[in-house]
Design a protein around this ligand. Structure first.
Ligand SMILES: Nc1nc2c(ncn2[C@@H]2O[C@H](COP(=O)(O)OP(=O)(O)OP(=O)(O)O)[C@@H](O)[C@H]2O)c(=O)[nH]1
Ligand SMILES: [Mg+2]
Length: 213
């Protein structure tokens, strides 16, 4: 069976490396991304019988790159054939993190949103409506507490379902991403594209505002 590629993406400190370790058992090859000082970890995982190369990408706020880390993440997405992207976000800061989710959707990548650190969020009185978020975004959303392994089984099910073309969300991965519009912009044109999904959700006014405060 062909080895698929799964990239873990998100802002710094959201649990990307914890997820990488959970999926791969922490057997990683760490190397500098060619021509940069940025390290990228790669490992192997078998998820529901499907072999994956898992890539732990450097902290990224936006697909409109400002830092070397963000340039590495963008070029990784552009140059490698990534089958699936897991966007890990901190449940305590969804507002700041969803603009990247929307950019990834606009880029027409196969995406799963992992709302992590639900334990700390709940401790401070933040409850996330996971099914509601899934309905609004049109991509699979799972809630996790990765440090305790909670939600990992559901995440694996969604990853496997996703590469097998199964999704409980109709139209989630069709051409055109969340908008479902054939011919919607791919990742290479995201810089120029008005962010329709953002506008629809009122989450940001375009790529420039994706970085947050
Ligand atoms: N309470 C709690 N802490 C978590 C959870 N997931 C991750 N953490 C903690 O969050 C911190 C950051 O986790 P990392 O996996 O290193 O985050 P990262 O996204 O790889 O960060 P960078 O590599 O800096 O981009 C660590 O101290 C983790 O133990 C969670 O679900 N709950
Ligand atoms: Mg990390």
């Amino acid at each position: 069976m062909r080895r698929r590629k799964l990239a873990i993406i998100g802002t710094p400190n959201v649990g990307k490396s914890v997820l990488f370790n959970v999926l791969t058992g922490a057997y990683a090859t760490v190397s500098n991304y060619p021509g940069t000082t940025v390290e990228v970890s790669r490992g192997f995982a078998r998820i529901r019988g499907i072999p994956f190369e898992v890539i732990d990408t450097p902290g990224t706020y936006s697909l409109v790159p400002m830092t070397e880390e963000e340039r590495v993440t963008l070029s990784l997405l552009l140059s490698e054939e990534v089958d699936i992207v897991v966007h890990v976000v901190d449940a305590r800061n969804l507002r700041r993190m969803l603009p990247l989710t929307l950019q990834l959707i606009e880029a027409d990548l196969k995406l799963i949103l992992d709302v992590n650190i639900l334990d700390e969020a709940e401790r401070i009185g933040i409850w996330i409506d996971i099914p509601g978020l899934e309905r609004e975004l049109g991509v699979p959303v799972v809630g996790t507490v990765l440090t305790r392994g909670l939600g990992v089984d559901a995440l694996k099910d969604r990853v496997a379902g996703c590469v097998q073309g199964i999704s409980s969300v109709s139209g989630a991965f069709g051409v055109g991403g969340a908008s479902g519009v054939p011919g919607a912009p791919g990742i290479s044109s995201i810089h120029d594209a008005p962010c329709r999904a953002c506008a629809r959700l009122g989450a940001c006014r375009g790529p420039d505002s994706a970085r947050g405060a």
